[in-house]
Ligand binder design. Structure first.
Ligand code: SF4
Ligand code: SF4
Length: 195
């Protein structure tokens, strides 16, 4: 009889413990449902990396011309310690400037040192934020021009010339503003000296 009672007590205890654990689980689950999600469905969704994150080099797409600004000057290829950049280009119609038609980077030897970014006169190189770029063989070469679908070269040349003229005008306006500010400061100084 006593053995039966003990058995019943153990069974009841087990049911109560199981119910308690179920309630604990439900409490945790319902608590998390209303909190902001901290996970993403990678690879369908990607994490937005911080601006300080540095991955493989890439071309900047400038908003005003909707493309990169590589003038095929070769400065990046010359300074690269890993000799992993190959760039070629040709002169644009009615312009002294060149435009890159090939820009290969061998990422299997690139050390992400950033010297090419520092050497670029048009600031068209940047670190990308692609954290999951990977190569599956030695000699992992990527053409940085691939994401760009430029208009015909004559049309592009016009856009780039217009941009150059706009920049020239901006530089001139900035120089004149600086000159005027300097003259105003000088006049003020002379005025206070005479007083
Ligand atoms: S980051 Fe350094 S190693 Fe990589 S391509 Fe640029 S200069 Fe070369
Ligand atoms: S330094 Fe800049 S502009 Fe010159 S080839 Fe390299 S990416 Fe192009």
């Amino acid at each position: 009889m006593t053995e039966d009672n003990d058995q019943q007590r153990r069974e009841h205890g087990g049911i109560v413990a199981g119910f308690g654990s179920l309630l604990t689980g439900l409490k945790i689950t319902t608590g998390k449902i209303f909190k902001p999600k901290v996970t993403l469905e990678y690879p369908h969704q990607k994490v937005e990396m911080s601006e300080a994150f540095r991955s493989c080099i890439a071309f900047v797409r400038f908003e005003d011309i909707d493309t990169h600004d590589c003038i095929a000057c070769d400065a990046c290829a010359i300074i690269c310690p890993s000799d992993c950049i190959t760039v070629t280009g040709d002169r644009m119609p009615d312009s002294k400037k060149k435009r890159a038609d090939r820009f290969d980077v061998d990422f299997s030897t690139c050390s992400l040192c950033g010297l090419c970014l520092a050497a670029c006169p048009t600031d068209t190189l940047k670190y990308s934020a692609d954290f999951d770029d990977a190569g599956y063989q030695r000699g992992w070469v990527q053409d940085l021009l691939e994401p760009f679908d430029d208009p015909p070269i004559e049309e592009l040349a016009k856009t780039l010339t217009a941009r150059e003229e706009r920049k020239k005008a901006e530089r001139k306006a900035a120089r004149e503003a600086a000159k005027a500010a300097k003259a105003a400061a000088k006049a003020k100084q002379e005025e206070s000296g005479n007083a």
